[in-house]
Design a protein around this ligand. Sequence first.
Ligand SMILES: Cc1cc2nc3c(=O)[nH]c(=O)nc-3n(C[C@H](O)[C@H](O)[C@H](O)COP(=O)(O)OP(=O)(O)OC[C@H]3O[C@@H](n4cnc5c(N)ncnc54)[C@H](O)[C@@H]3O)c2cc1C
Length: 449
Amino acid sequence: MTATVAISLGNERGAAPVRIGILGAGPAGLVTALALERYLVPGRARITLFDQNASATDYPGVEYGIQERACRALERIGKLEQALARANPCTELAFYQARLGRRFRTVRVNSHYTRTVVRQEFIADLSALLEQTVLLRRHTVTTIDPAPDRAVVVSGEQGPDQAPFAAEFDLIVAADGVRSVARSRLFPAAATPCDRGFSCIYMLVEDTPETAPPGFMARANSGRNELVMGSLSTLTMFPLGAGRLALGIGFDHATKRSLWSEQGLAEDVEWAQIPAAKKKAIAVRLADDTPLPDGSMSPALDLVSDWNSYKIYLWSMRDTDPLSRPYATSSGLVVIGDAAHAMMPTIGMGASLAIEDAEMLARAVALAIQQNPDAASFRAAAERAVFAPFAAARVPVWNDLMGRARQAAIQNFIDVGRHKRFAIGPQIPNTLLSKLVTRGEAILGALGL
Ligand SMILES: Cc1cc2nc3c(=O)[nH]c(=O)nc-3n(C[C@H](O)[C@H](O)[C@H](O)COP(=O)(O)OP(=O)(O)OC[C@H]3O[C@@H](n4cnc5c(N)ncnc54)[C@H](O)[C@@H]3O)c2cc1C
């Protein structure tokens, strides 16, 4: 049997600084660490970030919409431009109905506060900004146990040839995503994601000006996100700049059954097991169902050289109810991001909400550490000073946006044949609202609030 290695956090129990462990180096975990670095008085805490992945490229996501609430959170910690150095600014969202053959609505957005990123680039860029945090990759947390005096012990595996690890913390921030260990441990009844009846093929299509089909480069380098409702499916297009375009093609499971059957595929076959030619045939069929006024996107699918690449995957839509009390009452553990509220991408809010959670939690933690600098007194104060106020502020926001994401799933992706218009709502900041928020913040700032 291999002996467990105790990770050294460099301080004795009860002595400062406060030991903070973060589970998961996705947007929520990384921004928590960056915001703690920004808000904490130097030397008051030691931050350790665990992630099971070996690198930022291990994650299967294609793109993120980084919406205004996330941009403002990144701005508050002084990292907006560095974190989004490779992002593409978005200027407008254009909505089309294929049956009508025209665009029926355009929403102009504030391009300073609305960006689109390649998931892997964004994670790599956030990771590179860490200055004081110890980032432990290839560390899979398997167990979380309460320890005496409200401390928490996490333990897990480092890889086949490495000893298991264990470490004790004064605070654990669980940002470990939709299959959160913390969520299943604390709230087992609420841990299983619920199937919402539709799937999306996500893909990254890229080319150069020399070889791209007409119109592709202009679309990929534009600031216009386009959404097209067809009779079977809904196509979403996110320009990523540098000749890259993310496509998401969503369809309900009745449509999936018939498309898979057309290709002679069993309904429950894994995407990875589907031959490349059949993957392409399904995608072309769906792209032809959602033509834009200037034509179908199916010629752009010829640009995909490898249909078995990780840049093309099928995402079966599941979500989890937001936790109503996202923390433990007997130890220092709080849950944020997808671990607290995994959301479908129907309003493009998953990463943005996770980033906002992270910044708000870190601000409250830093203030509580300032008021309770000793680790033991911080542990005693955490529920009252951090967890309860955080939950009171965030849970209503999570419930509101989860409701909108579910409504948009039905109208925009499941009942597409019945609707002429997209469900879009006030979660999309237009330029006027954006200006009003900026003005409001400037007034509060001038008043010293
Ligand atoms: C398959 C899939 C594809 C997606 N594709 C997209 C997309 O294309 N566009 C989009 O906008 N959104 C996408 N999402 C949703 C989006 O990823 C989330 O909304 C967003 O990333 C939430 O951020 P987070 O930090 O809370 O969680 P995550 O980004 O999921 O980060 C959680 C991190 O925790 C780590 N982790 C998990 N368990 C452990 C453990 N036991 N020990 C150590 N580390 C652990 C993971 O490796 C991961 O890095 C996708 C989600 C899934 C599940």
